[in-house]
Design a protein around this ligand. Structure first.
Ligand SMILES: [Zn+2]
Length: 351
């Protein structure tokens, strides 16, 4: 900050007057004042409203203020200094304002909009792109890794009888034969759930696992179980777990993945499959899989609302207080049962 300039002596000509007054010009932060000899302020104005004549030899300089009054001085050097201050300060003041205020706010807003846009638009688009370019070996690796991890930590060989297994397998094949990708895409695995308890889930390669505990929970209602399997077939057909997996990587991870630079973290998840287990489907994915179950069950000649009976079963179990972690992965069952019922009615009336 340069030291404040000294008052410049000269003559002041008030606006619309022939008078002339000995006065001095005092420059402050962003404005200047004309002072009388006794210190009284005769006129003042901001830099932006002040006009200073250019230097022409030793011709006295005229400083015209906003009110039209004029200050004249032959102290050219002092006026040059004032001009320099005005030139330095006027844009400088504007610059600072732009740099620290509007620009910063605009920048912060743009950054926020950009982040929101990535999650609203770019992330779903990147997820779709990643799904589209995923070679079949990737879901295969993910599925194998996941099943191996589960077999090592939770699962045990099934204790279901051969009759029970083949009854479900038959129904399963009837469903998969009518699915979009066809029967060849899917396989059914029976396991004792252990700590996982009664559950059924789909791996991205089309392997669907059903636990003995879930079969027992159904208490002989194979159609209910087929409704659940049709739901899982829906998750595979709609590539939900791959989508959730990519979604969990975030935009930055996906850009790297699509760019060919597969991070070691993603590689670990692909190989070990642990990450896949930590993912859960979104509510809209669950609703889509529910509708898929209704459709597929109807196509195969089963009760389209069998999946609704599964929800009913879960609700009863919950009310009994015999909680099971299948509820954690299947939330909002009364609403879903209602939605299934409405969708089944919709389908019936469409035919
Ligand atoms: Zn589901």
């Amino acid at each position: 900050m340069p030291s404040d300039p000294q008052p410049i002596s000269g003559i002041w000509y008030p606006e619309q007057s022939n008078r002339s007054v000995t006065a001095s010009l005092l420059v402050r932060e962003t404005s200047m004042s004309i002072l009388a000899d006794d210190g009284a302020v005769l006129a003042s104005g901001s830099f932006s409203e002040t006009i200073v004549t250019d230097r022409v030899g030793n011709v006295p300089r005229r400083v015209t203020l906003a009110n039209g009054s004029v200050f004249e001085t032959s102290d050219n050097a002092a006026i040059d200094a004032v001009v320099a201050i005005i030139a330095g300060k006027r844009p400088g003041w504007i610059h600072r304002a732009e740099r620290f205020h509007p620009r910063l706010v605009v920048f912060a807003l743009m950054a926020l909009i950009f982040i929101v846009a990535i999650y609203r638009f770019a992330l779903p688009a990147l997820v779709e792109l990643a799904v589209a370019v995923t070679p079949p070996v990737v879901p295969e690796m993910m599925a194998q890794g996941t099943l191996q991890a589960l077999d090592a930590t939770a699962f045990d060989t099934t204790a279901l009888s051969a009759v029970e297994q083949s009854r479900l397998r038959e129904g399963f094949e009837r469903l998969t034969a009518r699915s979009g990708p066809g029967a060849g895409k899917f396989s059914l695995e029976f396991r004792q759930g252990g700590m996982i308890g009664p559950n059924a889930f789909a791996l991205p390669n089309g392997t669907i696992i059903i636990t003995d505990e879930l079969v027992k929970l159904a208490d002989g209602d194979s159609e209910l179980l087929l409704g659940v399997l049709a739901h899982e077939i829906g998750h595979v057909e709609l590539e939900h777990s791959l989508r959730q997996f990519y979604r969990s990587m975030g935009a930055a991870g996906l850009i790297m993945l699509i760019g060919g630079d597969i991070g070691s973290g993603a590689e670990d998840i692909l190989v070990q499959g642990g990450g896949l287990l930590a993912l859960s489907y979104s509510r809209s994915q669950e609703a889509d899989a529910d509708r898929h179950s209704v459709q597929l069950m109807a196509k195969a000649g089963y009760d389209p609302e069998a999946i609704g009976r599964f929800f009913m079963l879960l609700e009863t179990r919950l009310r009994d207080g015999s909680g099971t972690n299948i509820l954690a992965t299947h939330p909002g069952t009364p609403e879903r049962r209602k939605a299934v019922h409405e969708y089944a009615r919709e389908l019936r009336s469409a035919h």
